[in-house]
Design a protein around this ligand. Sequence first.
Ligand SMILES: [Zn+2]
Length: 121
Amino acid sequence: MNKKDLKRFEKILQERKSQLMQAADNTREEGLGVDQDELHDEVDQASTESGQQLRLRLRDRESVLLRKIEKALQKITAGEYGVCEICEEEIGIKRLEARPVTELCIRCKEEQEQQERGYAT
Ligand SMILES: [Zn+2]
């Protein structure tokens, strides 16, 4: 991958990272904004709980993505970005554009998915 492409992906990843950080801040503020009386009201408890679970799930997904973005940014710095972690071949630019945090080339990704489904041993 040439330097120009690397810079481009670095920018994309940094933008995603700051978007995620902002989203995480909003989630925190929302959480603090929950009225304490509401939490103790048994009638409303069920809906409050499911809302909190949803937020927790979102936070989980966001933090996984955030870790992936940070790893990808480290790889850019180390000059290892865009290389498949299994076969060490270059991951295609098109695949990276669709999914900048990907760590595997399409071939290895497909093999991994098949293994996860239990088709291969
Ligand atoms: Zn591969």
